[in-house]
Design a protein around this ligand. Structure first.
Ligand code: ZN
Length: 280
């Protein structure tokens, strides 16, 4: 689905096979694409948008190393010589985990899984301005939060491409197990982002900074209910978590990501509690 945003330079392209956003930013010297989609058809939809605009693609930036944000990048950039840009941390995790993601996602997606995948080939650093398409992005390496390595790209101080750090009315993926750091990051962004900021997130419609508090409440609720049902059967725990979490979000399309996270997060809770000597 292609949606204009309140910023005339930015088009939101939400995937149909997987509800994940790419943004096409129309800069004075070319188009900047934020995030690369999961599937072949959704990646082609992004390319259709850039072809229709008819201006050169300056580059594609990747906010974090999950396949729904990079796997389709090669398809989007097919035949185009433009860099895929990310921090070293994001590039390293993509290269490290791609084979494993391939084993997991390829059987789920069939022909929709891009067999040709390109990894980031231009590295940018935290605090270094990224000049692309005649635009200057501020690069903020957030460390581990929703993923093992999250990045924010900011234009003009308050146009924030925030990746999956906060998703507006979409269920979250918590499987990477960094919920403690994630909550710290959300609290920090609540303090530091200007109240005028618009967050162009990886899932859901762009929104204001109030999403940060809602995302924190979601993460806390998830961890609490998983911990509360730690001694229940896997099925009982699953049902209790879904019952608690489903009403927090209106859109169920990504509910499966939250469901996939239950057992892995339980494992991290048990581990950290053993380490802290708090468990029984
Ligand atoms: Zn995502």
């Amino acid at each position: 689905m292609i949606t204009p945003t309140t910023d005339p330079r930015i088009i939101q392209v939400e995937g149909t096979a997987m509800a994940v956003n790419s943004y096409v930013v129309d800069g004075p010297d070319g188009l900047v694409i934020v995030d690369g989609q999961l599937t072949v058809s959704d990646a082609r939809a992004v390319r259709q948008v850039t072809d229709q605009i008819g201006r050169p693609i300056a580059g594609l930036v990747v906010t974090h190393p999950h396949p729904d944000h990079y796997a389709g990048a090669a398809t989007i950039l097919d035949g185009v010589s433009a860099p895929i840009i990310a921090t070293q941390a994001v590039a390293t995790v993509i290269e490290r985990d791609d084979a494993e993601k391939n084993d997991i996602v390829a059987p789920m997606m069939g022909d929709e899984w891009p067999t040709t995948r390109r990894f980031p080939d231009e590295i940018i650093s935290h605090g270094e301005p990224l000049r692309l398409g005649g635009l200057t992005f501020e690069v903020t390496d957030l460390g581990a939060a929703e993923s093992h390595a999250d990045t924010m790209f900011t234009l003009d101080g308050d146009v924030v491409f925030s990746g999956d750090v906060a998703s507006n009315d979409a269920h979250a993926y918590l499987l990477d197990g960094h919920h403690v750091d994630w909550l710290d990051t959300l609290a920090r962004l609540e303090r530091e982002l200007p109240s005028t900021a618009t967050l162009y997130g990886g899932h859901g419609t762009p929104t204001d900074t109030s999403i940060l508090g809602r995302q924190a409440a979601y993460v806390r609720a998830f961890v609490d209910v998983v911990a509360e049902f730690r001694d229940a059967s896997e099925q009982e725990r699953h049902d209790a978590v879904v019952e608690r979490m489903q009403p927090m979000v209106g859109d169920d399309r990504l509910l499966f990501l939250m469901e996939l996270s239950i057992e892995p997060v339980l494992a991290t809770l048990s581990r950290s509690e053993v380490r802290d000597g708090r468990r029984r």
